[in-house]
Design a binder for this molecule. Sequence first.
Ligand code: GTP
Ligand code: MN
Ligand code: MN
Ligand code: MN
Ligand code: MN
Ligand code: MN
Length: 198
Amino acid sequence: MASGQLLRAEALACTGHRHACHVMLYSDTKSQLFGRIPIRHVVLMQVRFDGLLGFPGGLVDPSKETLEAGLTRELLEELGVAVPVSEEDHVESRLAPAVSAAPSNLITHFYVKKMEEEQIREVEKASASTAVDHGLEVMGMVRVPLFSTKRGGGLGFFLSHSFIGNARSQLINSLLRLHLLSAPELQCALRSSLKMHA
Ligand code: GTP
Ligand code: MN
Ligand code: MN
Ligand code: MN
Ligand code: MN
Ligand code: MN
């Protein structure tokens, strides 16, 4: 297990900590950008109320509900659809890094769930219409561009935005682990995202 990670059970045994659960929903797709660039996968993130990019989900009190039930409740609030998430979708749990001198008491749990493209479209529709948090906690759902243009656009420019917590590495690690793009493609995007900040 990578450093800083906790087993799901270890994380739940930490008393006095807050818990947050977030999920990366994704699907395969045959759609082609400009009718010629295969986009291959749809990956959903959100623009949060604070302007940062993150994954849908939120705070869960494990004394009142399971992590996965709490995550499903948050998805209903933020997406307008109760996407069921199970323990099998769990990827990692870790203690959030300390903020200035104060030690962190937040444990973040991350999940990924593959859906059908049609289900992703339903989520997108509901999140912009019936979701109670639309325009409040969540400014909108966005698709992550996975392609790269010659000028470093696409994923590279997307990664140069600001992300909440470790959502940026959760995204990068998931793209690699799930083989949604290759390591060289990702390296290229990472290089261009760094140039944007220079
Ligand atoms: P409220 O209903 O207003 O409490 O918000 P929420 O329950 O939806 O909580 P939120 O989604 O903001 O998540 C709680 C905390 O988890 C945040 O303050 C961040 O520190 C952290 N967090 C939020 N999104 C992500 C994410 O995508 N990845 C990671 N690692 N942490 C996140
Ligand atoms: Mn929420
Ligand atoms: Mn949230
Ligand atoms: Mn909440
Ligand atoms: Mn809320
Ligand atoms: Mn693939």
